[in-house]
Design a protein around this ligand. Structure first.
Ligand code: PMP
Length: 284
C-alpha cells in the first residue's frame, strides 16, 4: 500500500512519524474516515467541513486547502486501486522538540497522514441483511465528543466488551439515555418516526446522520431529534446505526432483547438503499 505522510507518497513500510508526535503521545489530533464506492469519495464536503470544525475547536489550522486534501484522497485511491473501501485522514499538532503538556510554538508543522483501506463488498447488502446485535455500556468518555479526536481508547474497550458478550457493538448510555454507538450514531423507529439523539457536545455529529435524516424527511418519514433510553429502544419497532463505513446498519438485538421481529427493519433497509444510491450518484 502507498500512504501519504507530510507531503510524500511512500510505501507503508517506509512511512515515518516522530516519537514526539503529539498524536502519539497525547492523542492531540483529529481524524476523518471517508468511504469509497466505485473508486470515488463519498460526501467529501461534509467530512472536510467537520474536519475544519474539529481543528478549529482545538486551535489548529487547516494544514492545506480542502481541494488539496481531496486531491490526496483521489491520488491514494488511484495508486492503491481502491474500488470499495475507505480513506483515513489524521492531522495532529505535530512533533515538538520534546514532550511537553503545553502546545508547541505556533508554526510547528502539523503531521498529516492519509491511507486507504480496501473493503470489497462494502456497498453490498450482505452485512445489512443480517443486522447487528448490541449491548449497552456506560458512556465514560470526555465531554467534547463533538470533536473527532483520535482519543479512541474507550470506544475500543467498548468494542471489546461487545465482543466478550458475543455481540457486535455497544451503545453508550449517560444519565439513563443513549448517547451513540462506539463508532456510529444510534436510532430507533416507532411507526413512521425515526428517533435519534439531538446534536450537542455529547455525541459526534455524523456526516451519515445528516444525510440519512435528510433522506428520511424527503421520503416523508418523521424525524425526532431527542434522546431515548435503552428501555424505549427495546420496545421500538426497529433500531439501526449509521456511520461513514457501515452506512445504515440494522440493529436486531439490544442487551439480549429482540427488536421488533428480530430481523432488520424495513425502514432501516429502505434508508440504507436510498443512502447508498444517492451517495454513489453524488460521489466525487
Ligand atoms: N459517533 C462516533 C463516536 C463515531 O466515531 C462515528 C464514526 N466516525 C460516528 C458517530 C458516525 O459519524 P460518520 O457518519 O461521520 O461516520
Amino acid at each position: 500500500r502507498t500512504v501519504y505522510v507530510n507531503g510524500e507518497y511512500v510505501a507503508e513500510n517506509d512511512a515515518k512519524i516522530s516519537v514526539f508526535d503529539r498524536g502519539f503521545l497525547m492523542a492531540d489530533g483529529v481524524y476523518e474516515v471517508t468511504s469509497v464506492i466505485d473508486g470515488k469519495i463519498l460526501d467529501f464536503e461534509g467530512h472536510v467541513l467537520r474536519l475544519e470544525r474539529s481543528l478549529a475547536e482545538l486551535g489548529m489550522p487547516m494544514p492545506m486547502p480542502a481541494d488539496d486534501l481531496l486531491a490526496i484522497h483521489r491520488e491514494l485511491v488511484s495508486l492503491n486501486a481502491v474500488d470499495e473501501g475507505a480513506v483515513y485522514l489524521q492531522i495532529t499538532r505535530g512533533a515538538p522538540a520534546d514532550r511537553d503538556f503545553a502546545f508547541p510554538p505556533e508554526g510547528t508543522p502539523q503531521t498529516v497522514v492519509l491511507f486507504t483501506q480496501s473493503k470489497p463488498g462494502l456497498a453490498g447488502d450482505a452485512a445489512a441483511s443480517k443486522g447487528i446485535k448490541v449491548i449497552s455500556i456506560p458512556d465514560i468518555r470526555w465531554g467534547r465528543r463533538d470533536i473527532k479526536t483520535v482519543q479512541l481508547l474507550y470506544p475500543s474497550m467498548g468494542k471489546m466488551m461487545a465482543k466478550a458478550a458475543g455481540v457486535d457493538d455497544a451503545w453508550m448510555v449517560e444519565d439513563g439515555m443513549v448517547t451513540e454507538g462506539t463508532s456510529n450514531n444510534a436510532y430507533i423507529v416507532r411507526g413512521n418516526t425515526i428517533i435519534t439523539r439531538h446534536l450537542g457536545n455529547e455525541i459526534l455529529s455524523g456526516i451519515t446522520r445528516a444525510a440519512v435524516l435528510r433522506f428520511a424527511r424527503e421520503a416523508q418519514m418523521t424525524v425526532e431529534e431527542r434522546s431515548f433510553s435503552i428501555e424505549e429502544a427495546q420496545t421500538a419497532d426497529e433500531a439501526f446505526i449509521t456511520s461513514a463505513t457501515t452506512f445504515v446498519m440494522p440493529v436486531t438485538e439490544i442487551d439480549g432483547v429482540q427488536i421488533g421481529s428480530g430481523s432488520p427493519g424495513p425502514l432501516a433497509l429502505r434508508l440504507r438503499e436510498i443512502y447508498v444510491d444517492e451517495s454513489r450518484k453524488a460521489a466525487v
